[in-house]
Design a protein. Structure first.
Length: 105
């Protein structure tokens, strides 16, 4: 992986990466990208509850890294949108993983 997007990706922990992937998947499927939707997606993947504090911290990290934009809709609802940098980082990482699978096949 090369470029700024891979550098941003490398700085994320596993939970932050999963949070970013869940936002992109929700966006691609046309579903809402509110904190509750993101949390439910992660809980489905993990098979356990995801704490609000943990998710909030991950979302702040993604916003600060420029991988996600937050749009406050009202006092209680914020929508998260993946940036072009997020999509690029995920695409690069996907190609990297695919290369590993191809090498072992």
């Amino acid at each position: 992986m090369t470029g700024d997007s891979s550098s941003e990706w490398a700085q994320l922990d596993a939970f932050e990466r999963d949070t970013l992937v869940s936002i992109v998947r929700l966006d691609q499927s046309g579903e809402s990208r509110y904190e509750l939707s993101i949390r439910r997606t992660l809980e489905t993947w993990y098979g356990e509850a995801v704490g609000y504090d943990r998710l909030d911290a991950a979302l702040r990290t993604l916003v600060d890294a420029g991988l996600v934009e937050s749009n406050r809709l009202d006092q209680l609802t914020t929508e998260y949108e993946p940036t072009a940098a997020a999509r690029t980082a995920i695409e690069q990482y996907s190609r990297f993983l695919a290369g590993l699978v191809d090498e072992t096949a």
